[in-house]
Ligand binder design. Sequence first.
Ligand code: NDP
Length: 337
Amino acid sequence: MATPTTIETPIYHETDATLEPLDGKTVAVIGYGNQGRAQARNMHESGVDVIVGNREDSSHEQATQDGFEVYSIADATARADVVLLLVPDEVQPAIYDRDVGPNLETGDTLVFASGYNVTCDRIALDDDIDVVLVAPRMIGAVVRELYEDGRGAPALLAVEQDASGQAHSRALAVAHAIGATRSGVIETEFETETRTDLMSEQGLFPVFASALLARFEVESAAGVPPAVTLLESYLSREMAHIFEKCATQGLVSQMDLHSRTSQYGQLLGLDEFDREPIREFLRERLDAIDSGEFAAEWTAEQESGYERLSSLRDEYESSEFVETEQATLDAFGLRGL
Ligand code: NDP
């Protein structure tokens, strides 16, 4: 039984999960990149029988050096009962069609770390397999660091297909093995994970970045040296530390760490800010996600060889903002710190 919380969705912790559903099973991690390497090592150290599937290259060598038996993607899938598909979302459909789908047996469990391809019908899944989601809310390197520290990254869990009758318990066991139940594993659906993940990327991040760009424009026009604005905005990392405190203490409680002048300014600005244009922008992005407009656009973009992605990247890389930012990083020895 999941630990009760004030949140109405079940959240699973250490005492709610066991590794038993994986007893006698072989787990294949397909792709040994950001998530693959972290999750494979965590599961192995948790006592799970893990093998790796990767094409023959540096990731393959890395997995071998880390002590894993490494096979081709097709062979690893064929040997396993539980398969974690941890290659980039853009290549998953082709890899599933060619190497994974044909080698899955009835009752095997396919684990995604992102809901995108399932939600957007980009993979034609066989219906005699379990299809589950175990999606850490953390980059791979930190999934590993937290595990080594005796902690874990929170994760989302969902079941799309339950052919074995054990899809949920197996997914929870995988989440447990990667360390996620040490923090908390929240039950959701593939669609919800996809919507919120995409909204972080194309809704929230652009709002944050636009605030930084707008401030740069306003203060530059008002005579503030651009490097001073950028240090104050985020390059000094003070803002990053404030966000860290927001994540560990709360958005308002972290204000205790600031002067009264700062607290008053933060709350006054928050109170006077008109959030409606932001809400409108976020609603538009969510509509584009929900209607499939974004998925269609992104598929066309991939087919075009990432033309718009490259031109947008070039446009922002050559902007005055980014050029000043890069020069400021070097001037203060902040690059890569
Ligand atoms: P990576 O980009 O780190 O994956 C790299 C791995 O995929 C490497 O092993 C690479 O092998 C292999 N790979 C890449 N292209 C191909 C190809 N064409 N054919 C065969 N193998 C290929 O992926 P992530 O770890 O970032 O993402 C994996 C999943 O996790 C995704 O679903 C993602 O959405 C999800 N996720 C990612 C997070 C993150 O922190 N990055 C956070 C939460 C979820 P090679 O060395 O041969 O290139």
